[in-house]
Design a binder for this molecule. Structure first.
Ligand code: ADP
Ligand code: GLC
Length: 484
């Protein structure tokens, strides 16, 4: 029998996405819907969503709902829309007082209120719908208070008597930590004994840690990351708690939405291709280089990067490696991304220092991301840590072997090319050092010189199937465990 599953998150593609979180929540919701479950997803009605060319319907019985957060009174309404190409209803919490910013995240003082309200509006909407979810599935720190809310503010409501909670950790690097003075606004002043006592003693409250304590089950987005976060190196201070709850923690690699990311039918690409015929990929390489104004050469491989530019992504390693490599070899380098200024200035510097070889676009550009996946020969992701990572899986499908640091989801999805057995899909390197990256790039460039081996490597990657249709089974099993 199908389950009633409520998803609540800060991002959901295509409505709101800054990275893989939005892709993952949408892909999972869509796959659950296809598998016959009843899925309702909750998301803020961020100001940019309202400007999309999309029909949103005001939910009549969720109009002008009042919600008191401490001494502050808010009013919200809920709009709904179908998640494109799915059976899933998305509910958008419209609260202009909190979601008026021009971007998804705001870094304003009221960030805690924005997501506390999302969590509470999720539960109160279920109440008003008279809809008893079997599972409330929350993601990252933003909605991690929902499990404790079910144990406190909403414990009286029989509607939720059988509801279980799952918290998925997409990135331990963000804990949603605020001064303890926000407790009354969170509605948790009377439940302080349920919060992490050391945090409170230090005058802080963390959304994520509260979720780690109270969710019935925890999951993260790859098996390796599930192990890594139980160690001091990757646990961001949560490792002891995660170890204590290890029997409730599972790692499930994200699926890929091949409806969106498949070179055989990608609407963003002027030239399509598949493992059976790679001619279109050659044409995409030419088209990409022409688009960015770099000269084409059959023998010069194109290295691509599409990334949020944060320390997590490990692009520091490029500082040491790329200038030498671009000096010594005939290469093209094409990068897309935005974020911390030091990475942006480095990439801009590369472009001016290596004219005709390096190119950089600063910003977010959906179409260009698809073009780089298709037009590049190699894709680089030297992450310090990577809970799952989607781009390496897109690269595999696009016949663009990835060079990755062997960590988290990268370790679980990319296998080292073995010239003897002709198995493997890419070039993982072990140590987070410039030498590690340089070794992997040199290896990749050597294999590139052998067209037959390269072709085999590409085909190996393109044959991998990380589709949601497969991955969703593991979530179903997790939900059934939580409900058992
Ligand atoms: P993360 O979520 O940590 O950023 P993932 O690899 O899981 O890493 O997901 C990144 C997603 O965001 C991919 O879909 C990628 O194509 C997209 N993305 C990242 N930066 C950009 C950008 N500048 N322009 C377009 N898409 C981007
Ligand atoms: C986070 C992680 C990334 C993961 C994504 C979706 O943004 O950084 O590795 O793929 O969430 O789960």
């Amino acid at each position: 029998m199908g389950l009633r599953i409520c998803q609540s998150a800060a991002e959901l593609a295509p409505f709101a996405k800054t990275g893989g979180l939005g892709d993952m929540v949408a892909g999972l919701a869509r796959a659950l819907g296809r598998a016959g479950h009843e899925v309702r997803a909750f998301l803020p009605f961020y100001a940019p969503i309202a400007r999309l060319d999309h029909r949103f319907t005001l939910v009549d019985y969720l109009r002008d709902v009042e919600l008191q957060l401490g001494s502050r009174r808010f009013r919200y309404s809920v709009f709904s829309a179908r998640l494109p190409d799915s059976e899933v209803d998305v509910y958008f919490v419209h609260c202009p007082a909190l979601y008026h910013h021009d971007s998804v995240y705001s870094s304003g003082w009221d960030e805690y209120l924005r997501y506390a309200l999302l969590g509470r509006a999720t539960l109160e909407s279920c109440q008003r719908m008279g809809w008893a979810p079997d599972v409330v599935h929350v993601h990252d720190w933003h909605t991690a208070l929902v499990p404790v809310y079910l144990r406190t503010l909403y414990a009286w409501d029989r509607l939720f008597a059988r509801t279980r909670t799952v918290l998925t950790l997409h990135n331990l690097g963000y804990a949603g930590s605020f001064g303890a003075h926000v407790l009354p606004d969170l509605g948790l002043e009377a439940s302080a004994h349920l919060l992490h006592q050391e945090d409170l003693a230090a005058g802080r409250v963390s959304f994520l840690r509260t979720g780690l304590l109270h969710a019935d089950y925890l999951s993260t987005v790859s098996r390796t990351y599930a192990r890594e976060i139980q160690t001091p190196e990757h646990g961001f201070g949560q490792e002891a708690l995660l170890r204590a709850r290890a029997d409730r923690l599972v790692g499930i690699v994200n699926g890929v939405d091949y409806g969106e990311w498949d070179p055989a039918r990608d609407p963003h690409l002027p030239h399509k291709y598949s493992a059976r015929g790679l001619a279109g990929k050659g044409r995409m390489k030419r088209a990409l280089l022409e688009r960015v104004g770099l000269p084409f050469s059959e023998r010069a491989p194109v290295i691509g990067v599409v990334s949020r530019l944060t320390a997590q992504k490990g692009l520091d390693l490029l500082f040491d490696v790329l200038p030498d490599l671009l000096t010594q070899r005939d290469l093209r380098f094409v990068a897309l991304g935005s974020g911390e200024p030091r990475y942006e200035s480095f990439l801009a510097w590369l472009q001016t220092s290596f004219p005709g070889r390096a190119w950089y676009y600063r910003g977010y550009h959906e179409e260009l991301a698809h073009w780089i996946e298709a037009g590049a020969d190699l894709f680089v992701m030297p992450s310090r840590y990577e809970p799952c990572g989607l781009n390496q899986m897109y690269s595999l499908r696009y016949g663009t072997p990835p060079v990755v640091r062997r960590t988290g989801g990268l370790a679980d999805t990319v296998e080292l090319w073995n010239p003897m057995t002709r198995e493997g899909t890419g070039f993982p390197f072990e140590h987070f050092t410039p030498e590690g990256l340089r070794w992997a790039l040199d290896y990749a460039l050597r294999v590139y010189q052998d067209p037959e081996a390269w072709r085999q490597l590409q085909t190996n990657g393109m044959a991998k199937d990380f589709s949601w249709g497969l991955q969703v089974r593991e979530y179903e099993e997790l939900y059934r465990r939580a409900l058992a």
